[in-house]
Ligand binder design. Sequence first.
Ligand SMILES: C[S@@+](CC[C@H](N)C(=O)[O-])C[C@H]1O[C@@H](n2cnc3c(N)ncnc32)[C@H](O)[C@@H]1O
Length: 427
Amino acid sequence: LQTTCPNPLLSPLYAAPKQSPLLVDDESDSFDIPNLPWTHQPLCSTSFSDIPGEKFCVFSSASYNLGAGVSFLTTPETAAGLVVAIDRAADHWLERRHFKPQEEFQHPDLPYAIISIPGKGKGVIATRKISRFETIMRAFPAVIADNAFFPREEEDEAGVKFKVTEGGTRKATPAGESVRARGFVKGRKYYQRALEQMGDRQRVLNLARSRKGEMHVLEDVIRTNAFGMTVNGRDCKGLYPEIARMNHACDPNAFPRFTSNDLVMSAVATRDIMPGEEITISYIPLGMPTSYRAKSLGNWHFNCTCALCTAPAEAREASDSRRERLMELFYAMQDSETQYDALVDWTREFIELAQVERLITKIGEYYQVFMKLYYDKGDPESAKKYGEAALYFAEIFSDTEGGFCTSLREDLQVVEKVLAESKAKSG
Ligand SMILES: C[S@@+](CC[C@H](N)C(=O)[O-])C[C@H]1O[C@@H](n2cnc3c(N)ncnc32)[C@H](O)[C@@H]1O
């Protein structure tokens, strides 16, 4: 009986760089060691966490990205894990030429320009034809902040206000005190520090704001412009100033793709884009009907004027009914009572509707589910077909080294093994 891990050093559990020389905080004697990118002593606090003693700090590198700089509001462990990714940004120096604090921007080597768009502030348009699946832009972060810096406030059925923390624990708020107000005050010092330590503040301060006056300017900019993302297993908001100029559309022609190994956020074209066409991304989950989208976009504090939301009622209703049917089919297909023949019919119907609704960036997700369904129904051939297609799209639109692609590759290996075994048996 083996009671200890045979090779503890290789276990991912042991990979956390607890004793790593890269792990520093406000109490470290020296953070000025050769491998560290930080240009300032971290500023830390234990008040952002419900876990006793857990620290969150501001880590900044003013020299990152040709002096544009970056600040991370995160734990010392996560910051230590980011050091290698920060270094990798150097590989992309050619694509960072456009990092200048201009409000409007065009460069002959880049396929887009940032211009004013009536009713939407600034926006990004194509300056030449961009082909489907082409990477339009690669953006580097100005700030990545853990969600612990953004307390949410919710009410229970009796109307009592709760602070919802990162770990999901709920704390009742003292009567009459606004948690949002407390959150703002607490974070203010750290946002200010993150801003001051950034090389190029204008790059961030020029960005759109939607809640003026209520909170620290950096928090407002982050809430208006940042992407939700997972970094080292933690939920964060990432501010990528150049890509943040892209406006929202409910049927967008681009998709933001985050790669964890270099912290780059790219915009990938989901279809051919013609010169002069606005380049858009979706700020909310794709494939939802109008009422859900309006509610979701309410959190972004603007009324959507995209082509789908302003389309004639007939077109919107037709799109809504296709989207509702897609959801209905997706649940029905996953019901354990579903027979194989029905699964085949519904898969065909589902794919046709998803094509009409142009949900190409969701295809990887859908096909992963289809792979599992066909595998469970004893059809590994079809499972393999959907698994391969899922991986093809996942590698275009998501992090090739991330969890989704990795699990797809592992699932495909299982399916291929089963197929090889059954072929060996029959042959
Ligand atoms: C992330 S910024 C996008 C860039 C922004 N237009 C700018 O000037 O920097 C988000 C803001 O852009 C505007 N916006 C984005 N998409 C829009 C849309 N579909 N309809 C109307 N306004 C939009 C809203 O003011 C929103 O708060």
